[in-house]
Every structure is written in C-alpha cells, then in structure tokens.
Design a protein around this ligand. Structure first.
Ligand SMILES: C[S@@+](CC[C@H](N)C(=O)[O-])C[C@H]1O[C@@H](n2cnc3c(N)ncnc32)[C@H](O)[C@@H]1O
Length: 300
C-alpha cells in the first residue's frame, strides 16, 4: 500500500493546477463540463471523485462545472480525508467563496461551498477502492472523476471501473496520469538509467494489483473506446523550473533515487552519483514530467 502525505499533495498542487489550467482549452473543459451538466439540467450534478486525497480535484473542477453540485469524495486514508474540510475552507476563503460545514448527509458531515455561480455539497467517504469499488453506487451520477490515480491501478481494476461507469452512462474525467516522459534540462548521462528504474518501480503493486504506471493512459483509452466512449486526451505536463520550484525538484530527485535504489540495489553507485549531481543542480535546471488528462463521453 502506498502512502501519500498531505505535504506531498500540497507541494505538487500548484504544478498540477498549472498543468491542468494550460490544458483546459485543448480539452474544451468548460464546454465539456457544460455538456455533461446538460445531461441532468434540473438537478444538482452528482460527481464521484475517486482517491480524492485532500480534495484537489474538487478545487480544480467545481468553479468550472458551475451550478449546483453534489460531490462524493472517496479515499482510504483517514488523515487525508480529515484534512479535506480545512483545505477546502482555506481555498474558499482565498477565493471569497462561502464555506459551511453543515449538519449531516447520511450521518456524515456535509461541506457546503457557495461561489458566485456554483454551489457544492461534498461528503467524504472512507473506502478502500482496491477492495470495494463494486460497492460504490454510480447510478444518477453523470460524472466520475479522479486525479493522479490511474497509474497506481491495475488493468483489471481499471476495466471494472470503466464497465461500471459505462453501465451508469457516466462521463469520465481522469487527470494527471503519468505517462513515463521525464526530461531534465540540462541532461545528465544517467538520467535514462534512473528514469528506467523509476518507471519499473511505478509498475509495482500499489494495492490494486500490478500497477499500470506509464501504460495507464494508453490502457484507459483502449478500454474506454472498447466500452463505446468518445475520448480525448491532452498532455498535462508538470513544468518544474524557476525559483519557486526548488522544493519540488528536490522531492523529485529524492523520490526517483529512492525508487531506483529499491528497484536495483546493485546500481547503487551510479544512482547515488546521479542523485548527488542532481541535488547540486537544484534551482538551475528545468524538469518536465509527462502527464495526460483523458475525458470520455458516453457515445451511445
Ligand atoms: C497521488 S494521490 C492523488 C490525490 C488527489 N486525487 C490529488 O490529485 O491530489 C493518490 C491518492 O490515492 C489514494 N489511494 C491509494 N490507494 C487507495 C485505495 N486502495 N483506496 C482509496 N484510495 C487510495 C491515496 O490515499 C491518495 O489520496
């Protein structure tokens, strides 16, 4: 089982946001969200967010979705779920939205956020998605979404999710799936070696069976097309450079080196030397990490 700390999610969120904002035009996100909303015009739009972490996907999508929205947020990590109300309230405050933690919805606290042209009610659920995906109810849910999840899951888990969504006629939006492209500028003689080990490590079981890692986006597109979805994909790469990016660059160097060492202890010398050179270059290099966003609309 992998752990994702709130600190890591906070560190990556500005890079996620920039990547998604840059790609929103190519994805026609506004138009697409409006069309998906149009499938249930009279009701609050029901949205499922899988592996929600501390709620970044809701923060990214809710203002663009507009109107009344009813979100169900699922994750297995109690610490991340406990952080959702505070994270959302800080976000709401920053943007001048009204935030309330309201009574209960089915025994769970409901978070309400009102912006100028949207109103969200969100409820968090603790669920092990690897084990309990089948128990989730997607009926009357026009949109199923997740960010930074697909590379963690297995092909068979993803197939179950696609079929379940197809049965519910839900549109799908999967953001920030890593696709294996990693580019440093300037390059280092051992980048390829470390990236190769890192990619192999990404394919280890993260609790869902053998992880798709860099194959996730291609597998998702294939499975969605097989289920009759009309799909579009857009690159949402992290661009990690400039003075604000040093902590993120360091986190990437440390994460890649740790994974590479675990994957191939015999290559310790080369990996540690790469890590030392990359640490020395923090702040004076540029890193691009490839991601893909996929939107899938029921085509039947
Ligand atoms: C990379 S984080 C992405 C979080 C969030 N969607 C975001 O974009 O910031 C992956 C998330 O998957 C969750 N996760 C991993 N395995 C899970 C499982 N078996 N069941 C539910 N959530 C899981 C983690 O707790 C974490 O919140």
């Amino acid at each position: 089982m992998t752990g994702f700390s709130a600190d890591w999610l906070r560190l990556r969120e500005p890079f996620d946001h920039r990547a998604r904002a840059t790609a929103a035009g190519a994805l026609d996100l506004r138009g697409r969200l409006a069309r998906w909303r149009g499938r249930a015009p009279d009701k609050a739009l029901a949205v499922v967010d899988l592996a929600c972490g501390h709620g970044a996907n809701l923060r990214e999508l809710a203002p663009g979705l507009g109107g009344a929205q009813r979100w169900r947020l699922f994750d297995h990590d109690p610490a991340l779920l406990a952080a959702v109300p505070q994270t959302l309230s800080h976000w709401a405050l920053r943007h001048g939205y009204r935030f309330t933690l309201d009574g209960t919805a089915g025994g769970l606290p409901a978070i309400c956020i009102a912006g100028p042209d949207f109103h969200v009610e969100a409820v968090c659920h603790r669920v092990d998605l690897a084990r309990d995906l089948a128990t989730l109810d997607f009926s009357d849910t026009p949109l199923v979404t997740a960010s930074a999840l697909l590379d963690l899951v297995s092909a068979s888990w993803l197939q179950t999710l696609v079929r379940k969504s197809q049965a519910a006629r839900a549109a799908l939006l999967f953001s920030l799936t890593v696709d294996g492209r990693t580019m440093w500028d300037p390059a280092d003689r051992d980048d390829e070696r470390v990236h190769g080990l890192f990619s192999q490590h990404q394919r280890r079981d993260k609790g869902f069976g053998p992880a798709l890692g860099p194959e996730a986006a291609a597998t998702a597109l294939h499975q969605m097309a097989g289920a009759g979805y009309e799909t579009v994909q857009v690159q949402t790469d992290w661009i990690i450079d400039g003075a604000q990016a040093q902590a993120m660059q360091l986190a990437m160097v440390e994460g890649m080196a740790a994974a590479a060492l675990e994957q191939s202890p015999a290559e310790q010398g080369a990996v540690l030397a790469w890590q030392a050179r990359r640490r020395a270059g923090i702040g004076s290099c540029r890193l691009r990490v490839g991601h893909v966003d996929i939107a899938a609309t029921p085509g039947w």
